[in-house]
Design a protein around this ligand. Structure first.
Ligand SMILES: [Ca+2]
Ligand SMILES: [Ca+2]
Ligand SMILES: [Ca+2]
Ligand SMILES: [Ca+2]
Length: 256
């Protein structure tokens, strides 16, 4: 049966120390429980059930059905991956408008699971593909309709095609990144990569479009707060208040 996952707000389940976890934009609804990382997802259909995809301390990725009653509980568990799950995203890899995959990373590898086909693993990066994987996101960053897995690994940013899973592009210069998000943050109908180091890159060329006055920090999300169709960059650092940045105006919108 063909099923679609939609994203839901995760305020109830979000880690209480992270306001961004509740405010994270499509396609990311992150949650964290201590060292465990996951994402909340929803399958519209017969009962609009909600599910939680969450890594565990045994290096598996699990999907739990949420709710009350006897039908809640774990519905799927991966085999042991190469290290604990560090990030999980729900993604529309084929670019048809409906999400279809869980994509996750460990410290060394990227994995993709097709939840429309019993969570079949469709991609696993090889140890020769990347040695260390520090961040990733999923976005359409080029001219083909499928979305790309944007991977920060081995000091470079790489694009992995979401249909062929071939590496299509790698950046030239060494950088250090702990978080990547992607979206059209300036309204020019081209995707940008937003890095926690405060840089906004044109996704197709890798060129730096804007360097913010300070770093964005490890909690990084894109959210259209004013409803103009262009997401703002929302950032949060430990012990710091939420900050909001407008990449089209190239400035911070407010600071408390
Ligand atoms: Ca899709
Ligand atoms: Ca594409
Ligand atoms: Ca843009
Ligand atoms: Ca906006």
């Amino acid at each position: 049966m063909r099923r679609y996952f939609l994203l839901v707000a995760v305020a109830v389940l979000a880690s209480p120390h992270s306001a961004l976890a509740a405010a994270a934009p499509d396609p990311v609804d992150e949650v964290g429980f201590g060292m465990l990382r996951g994402a909340v997802i929803e399958i519209p259909g017969a009962d609009n059930a909600r599910f939680l995809a969450l890594g565990d301390r045994f290096s598996r990725l699990n999907v739990y059905r949420l709710g009350r009653g006897d039908d809640r509980g774990r519905i799927w568990s991966s085999r042991a991956l190469d290290g604990n799950v560090q990030e999980v995203l729900v993604a529309d890899l084929d670019g048809d408008g409906g999400v279809d995959h869980l994509v996750c990373r460990t410290a060394r590898r990227i994995y993709a699971f097709d939840f429309r086909n019993d969570f079949r693993m469709t991609f696993e990066s090889l140890p020769t593909t990347f040695q260390t994987v520090g961040a990733f996101t999923v976005a359409d960053v080029d001219n083909d309709p499928q979305h790309e897995i944007v991977v920060f690994a081995d000091r470079r940013i790489h694009y992995v095609d979401g249909a062929s899973f071939l590496r299509e592009w790698s950046s030239m210069n060494d950088i250090q990144v702990t978080r990547i998000r992607a979206g059209d943050v300036d309204g020019d109908r081209r995707a940008e990569l937003v890095l926690d180091n405060g840089q906004v890159l044109d996704a197709r060329s890798g060129r730096v479009e804007w360097q913010a006055q300070s770093t964005f920090g490890p909690q990084l999300g894109l959210l259209d707060l004013d409803g103009d169709g262009i997401p703002e960059i929302v950032t949060e650092s430990p012990g710091q208040p939420l900050r909001i940045w407008d990449a089209s105006a190239r400035r911070e919108l407010r600071a408390h």
